[in-house]
Ligand binder design. Structure first.
Ligand code: NAI
Length: 462
């Protein structure tokens, strides 16, 4: 048994960042993680491995579609799937070992095993019960199940199985046109699979700016992804190594079948809190299954905090990281802060899609007067040179004060460009502040400035 200032349960982006920050603030810290490696879903079976496969498959796409036009002739590369998976695994290893190194460097104890909370101030790992002044639950989330669909991680897979398929399937059915479905659907479409996405709603990526949704879907269709919209999946049956999926169209209730080698279930995630002992502790849970916390990320039980996917808010690694740092500050007697109005979202398809803050839809709903500054990457010299003219930057600003309220980007490096707007919003900037900032030429970032100019007297290259 050991006594700590803070014990964090879960070694994902929320938990490990919290642990490192706690140690940096002088607190005696331990992090409980039951996986063989640190990093949680994100590093082991989520953000990082999917980015490796997105990168490799994008390179193939470039070779197949754009090399010849640039005068780079020759046979397109063929896919060695085993090697691609090995590359992905190597990337995972580098990242997870990196966190282990950071734990040692910062003197964070890794308590290996699955943790539970037998009582306030106590964390049980294996047979040992440790004491902690502050406990932080950072146990993340797991794929939500779908009635009538049994996941075997071979033919019917979640994102975890989709990163480990034995071969590239000829046909892939994706249930859910959200972030996971579109990222992994893109990977397999580029590698030669015929991909069909079945979505319950009439638009892809729910909650995103409506104009971006339309352009994004059109772009993905051009890349070969098929969409069946307004369709509720009823069941998936497997026989002889293949799957048959049944869906009902919402418009007329008609039932249809779709055969596929692999079915990816990507219909959302739910908090992973089983086995922690929350019931016995009397910790309050929302109707959605998230742990309820107050402004200091504290549950209704004093000294027990929760962060990341296990609580409300967007299920994003960087949101969990911010909460991890904030709760570490709280544990050290300081003030923790997360600006929930400025949390970017990125979809790592090609082109990338990124957003922050309000959408036109949310502003209309709130009855707020706003103006729109929009600029197409077609007017951006660098994008044209790089076959990246598809897409646009859209900035939303308050009609009266010019203060930036949100931004939506579909286009090259959107996931990097969005941060210029995030910083501006964090500082409470007006669109004019961005417009007056000199941007290097030729860069994609100029498109952000042009969108800001379009909020005022007009963009130059439009
Ligand atoms: P999601 O919530 O983004 O999308 C799920 C989609 O499935 C929705 O469009 C929904 O309407 C649809 N759906 C639900 N039930 C259905 C049914 N029976 N038939 C047809 N369609 C159905 O969930 P997703 O993609 O699984 O991602 C889970 C979480 O992981 C999200 O919170 C996401 O933000 C996060 N994530 C973020 C990434 C990033 O930031 N790049 C990457 C991967 C995941």
């Amino acid at each position: 048994m050991a006594s700590y200032d803070v014990i964090i349960i879960g070694g994902g982006p929320g938990g490990y960042v919290c642990a490192i920050r706690c140690a940096q603030l002088g607190l005696k810290t331990a992090c409980v993680e039951g996986r063989e490696t640190l990093g949680g879903t994100c590093l082991n079976v989520g953000c990082i491995p999917s980015k490796a496969l997105l990168h490799a498959s994008h390179m193939l796409h470039e070779a197949e579609h754009n090399f010849a036009a640039m005068g780079l002739k020759g046979k397109s590369p063929s896919v060695d799937w085993k090697q691609m998976l090995a590359y992905k695994d190597d990337v995972i290893g580098q990242n997870t070992k990196g966190i282990e190194f950071l734990f040692k460097k910062n003197k964070v104890d890794w308590l290996k095993g699955w943790g539970s909370i037998p009582g306030p101030g106590k964390v049980k790992v294996g047979d040992e019960v440790h004491e902690a002044k502050t406990i932080v639950i950072a146990t993340g989330s797991q794929a939500a199940s779908l009635p009538g669909v049994e996941v075997d991680e071979k033919i019917v897979v979640t994102s975890t199985g989709a990163l480990e398929l034995s071969k590239v399937p000829k046909t892939l059915a994706v249930i859910g046109a959200g972030v996971i479905g579109l990222e992994l659907g893109s990977v397999y479409a580029r590698l030669g699979a015929e991909v069909t996405v079945i979505e319950y709603l009439d638009a892809i990526t729910p909650g995103m700016d409506g104009e971006v949704q339309k352009v994004f879907q059109r772009t993905l269709k051009k890349q070969g992804l098929n969409f069946i919209m307004g369709a509720a999946v009823q069941k998936v049956e497997t026989a002889r190594g293949k799957a048959r999926l049944t869906y009902k169209l919402r418009k007329d209730d008609s039932e249809h079948d779709l055969d596929a080698d692999v079915v990816l279930v990507a219909t959302g995630r739910k908090p992973y809190t089983e086995g922690l002992g929350l019931d016995a502790l009397g910790i309050e849970i929302t109707r959605g299954g998230q742990i309820k916390v107050d402004d200091h990320w504290q549950t209704n039980v004093k000294g027990i905090h929760a962060i990341g996917d296990a609580i409300e808010g967007p299920m994003l690694a960087h949101k969990a990281e911010d909460e991890g740092m904030a709760v570490a500050a709280v544990a050290a007697g300081k003030h923790g802060h997360v600006n929930y109005g400025v949390i970017p979202g990125v979809i790592y398809t090609h082109p990338e899609v990124a957003n922050v803050g309000e959408t036109e839809e949310s502003l209309k709903k709130a009855g707020r007067a706003y103006k729109v500054g929009k600029f197409s990457f077609m007017g951006n010299g660098r994008a044209k040179a790089n076959f990246a003219g598809d897409g646009f930057v859209k900035i939303l600003a308050d009609k009266d004060t010019d203060r930036i309220l949100g931004a939506h980007i579909i286009g090259p490096s959107a996931g990097e460009l969005i941060h210029e707007v995030c910083v501006a919003m964090e500082f409470g900037a007006a669109a004019e502040d961005l417009a007056l900032t000199c941007h290097a030429h030729p860069t994609y970032s100029e498109a952000v400035r042009e969108a800001a100019l379009a909020c005022g007297d007009g963009a130059i290259h439009a």
